[in-house]
Write a protein that binds this ligand. Structure first.
Ligand code: SAM
Length: 212
């Protein structure tokens, strides 16, 4: 999601209390940020944050951390939190490549990846958030029973992701190529901004759940 660059967005984010400014300093101490021992779920590439904040309202006993690379996108999420504060949500502006500097071993209970950038060129495969390189990072920060949940409408990226789950020696717990018509997997589904947009165009939504 690339919005028009909003001048001053970096500065606005730097002053915002919902956004963790030096996330590396919280590594191993995220429970102190939230002031409780609730499980921590993260979304990488949260965009404007609709998915994460909807879940946070439904589940006050879970802490949610949204990660987004671009200030201009993250700013929209922060503005919404200002209007409707949620104590169990924090955001980080960062590239997820360095996620292991921000969360300690076993600190995260679930990782959501929604409509991740496809990086279609082969030479960029390792930048895809479902590449084996990223699964190796998730392996470090996820609790042993933790899961990765991934949704997309991009068939090539989904096929690639199924292969990478195998290559990374993870287990494929469940998958569907038409989430909205899969009664079991669609139960409790919370739509993301991209999911609303692409499913309204008739694109089937693919989803997989992976664990170790
Ligand atoms: N998840 C949202 C949704 O489903 O509506 C947004 C999807 S958008 C296509 C992908 C988002 O992931 C973009 O906002 C992009 O900036 C962010 N992103 C991509 N790679 C990232 C990375 N390595 N670290 C953090 N954010 C990333």
């Amino acid at each position: 999601m690339r919005l028009r660059n909003i001048p001053g967005s970096r500065e606005m984010i730097a002053e915002n209390n919902w956004c963790i400014q030096e996330p590396e300093q919280q590594k191993g101490h995220w429970h102190e940020v939230f002031g409780n021992d609730h499980p921590i779920y993260i979304e990488i590439g949260m965009g404007k944050g609709q998915f994460l904040t909807t879940l946070a309202k439904q589940n006050p006993d879970i802490n949610y951390v949204g990660i987004e690379k671009y200030s201009s996108v993250l700013l929209r999420g922060l503005q919404k939190l200002e209007e409707e504060p949620l104590e169990n949500v924090r955001f980080i502006r960062m590239d997820a490549e360095t996620i292991c500097d921000v969360f300690a071993e076993n600190e995260v209970s679930k990782i959501y990846l929604n409509f991740s950038d496809p990086w279609p060129k082969d030479r960029h495969a390792k930048r895809r958030l479902t590449s084996r390189q990223f699964f190796a990072r998730y392996d470090k920060i996820l609790k042993p029973e933790g899961v990765v949940e991934f949704k997309t409408d991009n068939v090539d990226l989904f096929d690639f992701s199924l292969e990478e789950v195998k290559e990374a020696n993870w287990n494929l717990d469940a998958f569907t190529r038409d989430l909205h018509h899969d009664d079991t997997m669609n139960q409790g589904n919370v739509m993301t901004e991209y999911e609303e947009r692409f499913s309204s165009m008739g694109n089937p939504i693919h989803k997989l759940i992976a664990s170790r």
